[in-house]
Ligand binder design. Structure first.
Ligand code: NAP
Length: 497
């Protein structure tokens, strides 16, 4: 019994689309991309809160093989990313393979027929020879269980469910959270609200954002002479790579560089915020890089405004008309904005239930053992499965470097499977264990273990205290290994032959 599809891809964001492009390149054209949302674009479809923009320059935050010369700013606004995603889906014939509003409940390896049986909410099942999950890292919105939140009588909005027609004018608003989302949102809300209180639990490192409009003549040059944009990409990617590799991954060897980033952020804070106490409250007490730093020229300044207040006492409860903090103070509000981020480790590794060979449950395996995946993409006992949002997969600062390295890995692996005349692949236990040992060893030099991250509350760390999200190598290494990994690190087979 042949499966319905060569491959089933879960997720129609940039990761899933990259996977689809690669499947086409290797000739596996009969695939479907399942997406729970009502349109494509992943993060860039879901998020459309005011102020949304990339914080990795757009020359780098895009597919290298599909540059967009028409970004209007160095850091493009969110709507341009959504448009770019639509362009990719159209140009690469992906939209017609997508099924929206399709919530995947789980997937189970069918040993007998060597296929994945994918269960969709509502009872439907579909089958595919290969399964690729591109469900994102930041895709399960998190709302903390604040006591009393259900009694709040005003408006509650999570940043991932922004209502574009919601008018903040004259509102008494609170924003809970000070991550990268809040850093973009706070200045925008402050422009409209009558009063804004920002509830901060952990301050975030913020460095200046060197952003500017890209004038039409430059866009024309990028369009007519693509090499110019390639050079810009190379330079920007090189700088990000240096920041990541030297400042974060080789913290032990290059502490001064990491410290310099902290000094820059503190200088930025000093020049932007007048009140000394507010400055102190906004200053992180963990090393730069322990949690994802962010870029903004507006965020700090907003706290100088008379109607904006920073609240650092912890939230005790929410009442119908306000938030009560541990010091007993009540901040009266009518609008509660949750910039409280995402749940990565409890519900997102993996985002759906995946049952492999011998009934092994991937989520349970990761939790009972350690979070692990060979080259951040495959796991023993899960044949024909490419987990694109795996532990140790995120490489570099731009997600596109991860996506493209994974495209290379899957292309090489599937081509080899076909070259051998086989239909299944499965990474060996030995190769997987070796990779885990290697990344564990390398992480020893990183800021995550060598630095002071104790107060960071960073989602880079899992509940066991392991920094199991980022791949602790350069992106150059990730790309080199994607095209050079030992082919014998996999077992290949064809049971039904
Ligand atoms: P986040 O970084 O996880 O921030 C969530 C915020 O909510 C944190 O400040 C957190 O405080 C706070 N919070 C959570 N639970 C809380 C509680 N019980 N009480 C008080 N505060 C609580 O989420 P995010 O800001 O949405 O950003 C997530 C990631 O998305 C970023 O790191 C970045 O990678 C990406 N992002 C990118 C862009 C861009 O490129 N344009 C924009 C936005 C986001 P603690 O720190 O104390 O936990």
């Amino acid at each position: 019994m042949a499966p319905q599809f060569d491959a089933v891809v879960v997720g129609a964001g940039f990761g899933g689309m990259g996977a689809g492009i690669e499947l086409d390149r290797i000739g596996l054209r009969n695939f479907v991309i399942l997406e729970r949302e009502d349109d494509l674009g992943g993060t860039w479809h879901v998020n459309h809160y005011p102020g949304l923009a990339v914080d990795i320059a757009s020359v780098t935050y895009s597919y290298s093989f599909e540059p967009n010369p028409y970004w209007t700013r160095l850091f493009a606004p969110g709507r341009e990313l959504k448009k770019y995603a639509e362009h990719i889906a159209g140009k690469y014939g992906l939209r017609r393979r997508m099924r929206f509003g399709t919530v995947v409940d789980g997937a189970r390896w069918d040993e007998e027929h060597e296929q994945w049986i994918v269960s969709i909410a509502g009872g439907e099942t579909i089958t595919g020879r290969y399964l690729l999950t591109a469900t994102g890292f930041l895709s399960q919105p998190y709302t903390p269980p604040f006591p009393g939140i259900d009694t709040f009588a005003g408006k509650i909005i999570h940043t991932t469910a922004w209502e574009d027609d919601f008018d903040l004018t004259d509102r008494k608003a609170a924003i809970i959270g000070t991550g990268a989302t809040a850093v973009q949102l706070v200045p925008e809300v402050a422009k409209k609200a009558a009063a804004l209180t920002v509830f901060q639990r952990t301050p975030i490192w913020v460095v200046p954002k060197v952003d500017t409009a890209i004038p039409a003549p430059v866009q024309k040059i990028f369009a007519r002479v693509p090499a110019t944009q390639k050079v810009a990409r190379l330079v920007n990617t090189g700088l990000l790579e240096a920041l990541m590799v030297v400042g974060v991954l080789h913290f032990k060897q290059a502490k001064p560089l990491n410290k310099a980033a902290g000094v820059l952020a503190k200088a930025h804070l000093r020049t932007q915020v007048r009140d000394k106490r507010t400055r102190e409250q906004l200053t992180p007490h963990y090393d730069f890089g322990c949690k994802r730093p962010t870029f903004s020229n507006q965020y700090f300044k907003t706290f100088n405004e008379a109607h904006v207040r920073l609240e650092t006492n912890s939230i005790e409860r929410i009442e119908p008309d306000g938030i009560v903090t541990a010091d007993g103070h009540k901040t009266e509000i009518d609008t509660l904005i949750l910039a409280t981020g995402f749940n990565l480790w409890d519900v997102n590794f993996p985002a759906i239930e995946i049952i492999g060979r011998e009934g092994v449950n991937l989520g349970k395996f990761w939790r009972d053992n350690r979070f692990q995946a060979y080259e951040g993409i495959t796991v023993p006992k899960f044949p024909n499965f490419l987990s694109l949002n795996s532990p140790y997969s995120y490489s570099g600062l731009s997600y596109f470097t991860t996506i493209e390295a994974q495209m290379k890995h899957m292309g090489r692996l599937l081509r080899e499977t076909f070259r051998r005349g086989e239909t299944t692949f499965e990474v060996t236990e030995q190769a997987n264990a070796h990779f885990l040992d290697r990344v564990t060893d390398k992480l020893g030099s990183s800021v995550f273990y060598g630095g002071d991250c104790s107060t960071a509350r960073s989602y880079y760390f899992n509940p066991h205290g392991e920094a199991a999200l980022l791949r602790p190598t350069s992106t150059i290494n990730a790309h080199r290994e994607a095209v050079n990994f030992r082919l014998d690190d996999y077992d290949y087979g064809t049971k039904s032959a």
